[in-house]
Design a protein around this ligand. Structure first.
Ligand SMILES: NC(=O)c1ccc[n+]([C@@H]2O[C@H](COP(=O)([O-])OP(=O)(O)OC[C@H]3O[C@@H](n4cnc5c(N)ncnc54)[C@H](O)[C@@H]3O)[C@@H](O)[C@H]2O)c1
Ligand SMILES: O=C(O)[C@H](O)[C@H](O)COP(=O)(O)O
Length: 382
């Protein structure tokens, strides 16, 4: 079996070893001829799989992507070639949720909003939207979820309209990029929607750049009463318009989902897809590759309080993930070299809350203990 695995896939060689002849390819180099004898193709979102790439594939049994998004897969071309495809939905949901929480905590810290009083509107209540709502619920932050496709399928949650979400203090976008179907997301936030927002609101885009009309966004962000804008994604990546970064309060190079756990879960899922195709029982797990990071020592202003104070929460959470570090590095690196794709490939190691053990004083209240557990931390006492 010939298995072609993109070199951006962490532990790709280790996971697939023994399943066949494994070839790692650079996302920039894949050519139609490379697929002539390939049985399984394993990609991430930087490899576009279209009719041209598939034109010489004779034996291809599956294309699987270690990402949640699938807009880099031309489904019509895959269907026409009779090649099934799969994706790793949910692998990085927690990473994106932590990215958004870090953004919100920073917005509060910098006086842009009062997080405890804010209502967060979440567009797209799938893996990421649900993980974000769960994280915010741990902190008692009010959320509203909008997801017309799920509403039509009878989702049991109280889903609201896009109009209702657009009236929230924060609007966080977590939809796939689609241009067809009953609820296409291309330019979901268009000039009209953007015009309706005020300077007291904050828009976060950690899904796909194409979901916002970027031209209209740039005009709106340069107006006096513009909403605060935080973005991880851009139209036309990797050739992005740096004017968007300049107009955004925080900007990062499409790394919201790039925690070590998020990316490795993606590898785990594509490995399982290939095993299923080969009718082989998967034997490898995340624990074979990931070791726990050094524990965090919890310093609290009041360990007996029933809930973490906002400043204690910020200190703890920023030691796990501080979006401002990524924003600073992105702006500096783009000014020096303008290498968006290379910057993403070389992204630092970032861990999720549930990788960490928190060392806490024995006097810790049960309320804070529960809150830490809800955030995903393992708690140990000194
Ligand atoms: N920045 C990153 O690193 C990063 C990481 C993960 C995912 N993403 C992006 O976020 C998207 C969502 O990820 P996910 O794992 O939650 O996917 P998902 O498929 O689990 O959830 C997406 C949800 O959006 C809903 N939706 C579709 N069209 C909609 C519309 N017009 N209005 C409101 N809701 C709509 C769907 O019904 C679904 O429930 C991905 O497709 C990907 O493009 C980005
Ligand atoms: O769709 C996803 O899962 C994310 O956007 C993911 O972070 C994309 O990562 P990439 O494959 O571009 O490294």
């Amino acid at each position: 079996m010939n298995i072609l695995v993109e070199d951006t896939i962490p532990y790709g060689a280790e996971y697939f070893e023994g399943l066949g002849k494994i070839t790692r390819y650079s996302w920039q180099s894949l050519q139609p001829a490379d697929l002539a004898h390939t049985d399984y193709l394993v990609v991430r979102s930087t490899t576009r799989v279209d009719a041209t790439l598939l034109s010489q594939a004779r034996n291809l049994k599956l294309v699987t992507t270690a990402t949640a998004g699938t807009n880099h897969l031309d489904k019509a071309a895959l269907d026409a070639a009779g090649v099934p495809w799969r994706s790793a939905g949910g692998c990085n949901a927690r990473a994106v949720a932590e990215y958004v929480l870090s953004a919100l905590l920073q917005a509060d810290d910098n006086g842009h909003l009062s997080l405890p009083a804010a209502t967060v509107g979440i567009v797209g209540a799938g893996h990421v939207g649900s993980a974000l709502a769960a994280l915010l619920n741990c902190l008692g932050i009010t959320c509203k979820l909008c997801d017309p496709p799920l509403a039509e399928q009878g989702d049991h949650r109280a889903l609201v309209s896009l109009q209702e979400v657009l009236a929230c203090d924060v609007i966080s976008l977590h939809v796939p990029y689609t241009t067809t179907g009953s609820h296409p997301t291309y330019h979901l936030l268009d000039a009209t929607a953007l015009a309706g927002l005020s300077a007291h609101q904050c828009v976060i885009n950690a899904c796909r750049g194409e979901v916002i009309d970027e031209k209209a966004l740039l005009t709106r962000l340069n107006e006096r009463d513009a909403p605060l804008f935080i973005t991880d994604v851009f139209w036309n990546e990797p050739d992005i318009d740096m004017a968007v970064t300049e107009a955004a309060w925080l900007a990062t190079p499409h790394i919201a989902g790039h925690s070590l756990e998020g990316k490795t879960r993606g590898t785990q899922m594509v490995y399982e897809h290939v095993c299923e195709g080969l009718k082989v029982t998967p034997t490898r797990t995340l624990g074979d590759f990931l070791t726990p990071p050094a524990p965090l020592h919890l310093r609290l202003s009041d360990s007996q309080a029933e809930r973490l104070t906002l400043s204690d929460l910020k200190a703890l959470f920023f030691s796990v993930y501080d979006i401002c570090e990524d924003d600073r590095h992105f702006r500096q690196a783009m000014a020096e070299s303008n290498q968006f794709a290379a910057l993403r490939k070389a992204y630092r190691v970032r861990r999720e809350c549930d990788a960490y053990t928190v060392i806490a004083p024995t006097s810790l209240s049960s309320g804070i203990r529960n809150q830490l557990a809800c955030l995903g931390f393992e708690v140990q006492f000194t």
